[in-house]
Design a protein around this ligand. Structure first.
Ligand code: ZN
Length: 477
């Protein structure tokens, strides 16, 4: 049976390629890729874990942070509109405290605490500038099906039943080349006192703690096993890397003792994309932070997420409402049109197109003259112009010196806008082209408050995404 986009119910997001490597390696089955929608810039890995169809995407290389995560999630939801909930799986900085014995290679899972849904967004920049902490928002908690599966898994772990070692072992057996993801037995787990900063030992590399004073290491009891301990609580999410124990402890003190990890993506997801955040602890968010534990931490987080999916029934997942099925939205309803418009904007490339005169066609002068005629006189020779250009095979997506295409002008035409817009779309005009100010024809309709034209364009956009959203007619209804 061939799967379609609508068969995928779990959206899995990684921030780093090494996290995605673990996700791919722990799939029970890998599915063939589906044709990519032109406006979706994510790269997906599709597969199956415990009969759940999972779609995996990774943030663009080197671009971390909540905004990047939000863009990836929006595009994922726009393409895979039947996703029920998300998993954000990867590494994070641990927040050890007398109450929470968080160690390297442990797992921290977001869990609602008091008024928080599991993830707390903070703005570290403002915290520093104003000398005070500013909490930015309380983010949505995941659906109940997710939380009850977490409870079940938690109780299994309390009984000493964990499948994490099994999944790690299975991954290493199937992919013997992934040795760097094994437990880093030769690396130490050193937690230094908060007030003791990293010292560089010239011969050992900047990130090595060989030059650091061992008498300042916090004494912690030896554990019986190297298997990861799973902690449940709050995850603090912001756009800055926390790499100072003083900042870490101050922020977590202000947020409350339940903050167990700092990371940089989840806050971009939780509002529009309810998800469970799973963080393998790779450092202590202090100045001693290095990469020694990253690969293993990514692997344990992935193994936890896989075990979590073993506790979620496929049937229950089917019953969760879609996060957002934009194809079922109706662009003629104000609030729904806003949502589709948001998705349309998010689907476009970031930034404004560079001016490139070589792409502007030599016929632009003639064309512009005609266009200006329509623009300023209600009775322009529309049909003649269009027939001539289309019959002669000219490119309807030609730009002029402002980066505008004929469709941009038609949206601003004085009369019969819908008829003209429809004609151009039928002939292959592209409504996603931005002018040199970053406006697409859809944006112009938005600025003009032309609801009919904008609804029409958005309906056509939805239809063009391979999900027919009703017949497109000249009157936009
Ligand atoms: Zn150090």
């Amino acid at each position: 049976m061939t799967l379609t986009r609508n068969d995928y119910t779990i959206g899995w997001i990684n921030a780093l390629p090494l996290e995605m490597a673990c996700a791919k390696a722990m799939l029970d089955k890998t599915h063939p890729k589906l044709p990519q929608l032109p406006q979706d810039h994510n790269t997906y890995v599709l597969g199956e874990i415990f009969h759940h169809n999972v779609v995996i995407a990774c943030l663009p290389s080197g671009i971390s942070g909540t905004t990047s995560a939000a863009t990836v999630a929006t595009q994922m939801l726009s393409t895979f509109s039947r996703i029920r909930f998300g998993l954000m799986v990867g590494i994070g900085g641990g927040v050890p405290s007398p109450e929470n014995d968080v160690r390297l290679g442990d797992v921290v899972v977001s869990n609602p605490q008091g008024k928080f849904g599991g993830v707390v967004q903070y703005d570290y920049g403002k915290a520093v500038r104003d000398g005070m902490f500013l909490r930015m928002g309380v983010l949505n908690k995941p659906p109940n099906v997710v939380l009850t599966a977490v409870s079940e898994l938690q109780s299994n772990h309390l009984m000493g039943i964990s499948r994490i070692p099994e999944f790690l072992g299975g991954m290493l057996q199937r992919y013997p080349g992934m040795t760097q993801f094994a437990y880093p037995a030769s690396k130490e787990d050193l937690l230094f006192e908060s007030l003791y900063d990293h010292h560089v030992d010239a011969g050992a590399g900047a990130r090595s703690c060989r030059g650091c004073d061992r008498s300042r290491v916090v004494a912690r009891p030896q554990r019986d096993s190297t298997d990861p301990v799973v902690h449940y609580g709050l995850i603090a999410s912001g756009n800055q890397v926390v790499k100072s124990a003083a900042v870490r402890d101050r922020l977590s003190g202000q947020l409350g003792q339940d903050v167990l990890s700092f990371e940089m993506e989840a806050a971009g997801l939780m509002d529009g994309f309810p998800c469970l955040v799973v963080r393998g602890i790779s450092d202590y968010a202090d100045s001693h932070k290095n990469n020694d534990w990253q690969a293993y931490a990514a692997a344990v987080a992935t193994a936890y997420a896989k075990e979590f999916l073993s506790c979620v029934s496929v049937a229950q997942t089917e019953n969760i409402p879609d996060v957002l099925d934009i194809n079922s939205l109706d662009p003629s309803i104000d609030s729904e049109r806003d949502k589709i418009y948001h998705f349309f904007r998010k689907s476009l490339p970031q930034g404004i197109p560079e001016r490139d005169e070589s792409l502007e066609e030599p016929l632009k002068v003639t064309m512009l003259k005609e266009l200006m005629t329509w623009k300023y006189h209600a009775q322009g020779p529309w049909h003649l112009w269009l027939e001539r250009f289309v019959v002669d095979g000219y490119n309807l997506n030609v730009r002029d010196g402002w980066g505008r295409t004929p469709l941009h002008y038609v949206v601003e035409a004085k009369d019969n806008r819908l008829v003209k817009v429809r004609k151009l779309l039928e002939k292959g005009a592209d409504m996603t082209m931005m002018d040199y100010e970053g406006n697409t024809p859809v944006d112009l309709a938005q600025h003009l408050g032309d609801i009919a034209v904008q609804s029409f364009l958005l309906r056509a956009w939805l239809a063009g995404r391979g999900h027919p959203a009703g017949p497109v007619s000249a009157d936009g209804v």
